[in-house]
Design a protein around this ligand. Sequence first.
Ligand SMILES: [Zn+2]
Length: 408
Amino acid sequence: MARPQATPESPGSRALVVDLIRSAGPISRVELTTATGLTQPAISLIVRKLLDDEVIVEAGTVPSTGGKPRRLLDINRRARHGVGIQLGFESVTLVATDTNGGVVARERLPGVGDDEPAGVIERLAESMRAFMTAADIPTASVQGVAVVLPGPMRPDPDTVIEAPTLPHWREVALRSAFEAALHMPVLVDNDASAAALGEFWSRGVSRYSSFACVYIGSGIGAGVVADGALFRGSSSNAAELGHITVDLAGPACFCGNVGCLEVIAAPRVVVAKALAEQNLARTLELDERATVAQNWEVLSRAAVEGQPLAAALVTESARAVAGAVLTLANLFDLDEVVLSGPGVATAGSIFVREVRAAMGRAFARNAHPTAVELSINPTDSAAIGAAALTLQGQLAPGHGPALRFAGP
Ligand SMILES: [Zn+2]
């Protein structure tokens, strides 16, 4: 991709330098000058400010031809902590990361279930305080918390969600409720978008890469990162991969459309098909009273181990997902796709195989490859992404949402 021109005065210059050190560090000032197109004095100025702010550190030297050795710069892993909460019907995950997105603490709590939001938020605020104390995270290193959950979302000043999996949470003023309970600035965002930013941040992906993450959880979502920033669209509901029409004559979806990828291939649909296959359900001991996640885990395990009918059902789902990911790759001319979310925690190899095969049909395949990888931590990916959202907002301003305390 062509590199945009930056000037020392442009507000994105600091974000550009942080992004390069994050993705290519340890790196010298000379390399930063070459990579950014900024002048040496401009780089010196930005680097000095970042060192003063303790966002970056000196990290040894490399020999240089002729002159004195070049000093290298790297992200200060302990400069800040990112903290994220992933809200789900079946589980809630708290995650704290270092500045590079490496997980330093994680806790899994019971999901919100059918409980009323006010009680859940109070309970979560208490858990969060205990979590940060146990993980020995200084409050001063945390500038806010991001809460992520499934959409659709309405990003009015208080962020309202309309997730079908969280019926009690509709019309709740989420941000101010969490800010009042946590006494900290709070961001609310979509779980799949957060996962995309988290993968981008923690994998050290270059901002010049056209990057997407496909997130399979209770539904199927995606996020696209271009020029170092999440592509948000008009209302932060961009890249809704699960609601691409894959069958014009298909069944109705909760979103109001018909034949969406989600109603064809989401884990809950495949689990329902498996439960209807009595022999398979009996052999695998699938349980109608268990959660979709539990049954999907059993089905995925059997598929990976080669149980023919389980493998056929999971592969059929993976092929439908792969077709939609190919569409995403064609729309955004993607360099890299990461598959993530609890839905690929066990059957990831099947999904990666099918998506890689589909990329052989990508429109731009002769211009460049599209790499397909599995997340290193698919189950916690959205919570890690939430933490990354708070980090990007602080460290690469202009690319992430600003953390501002707007609470009562
Ligand atoms: Zn739909």
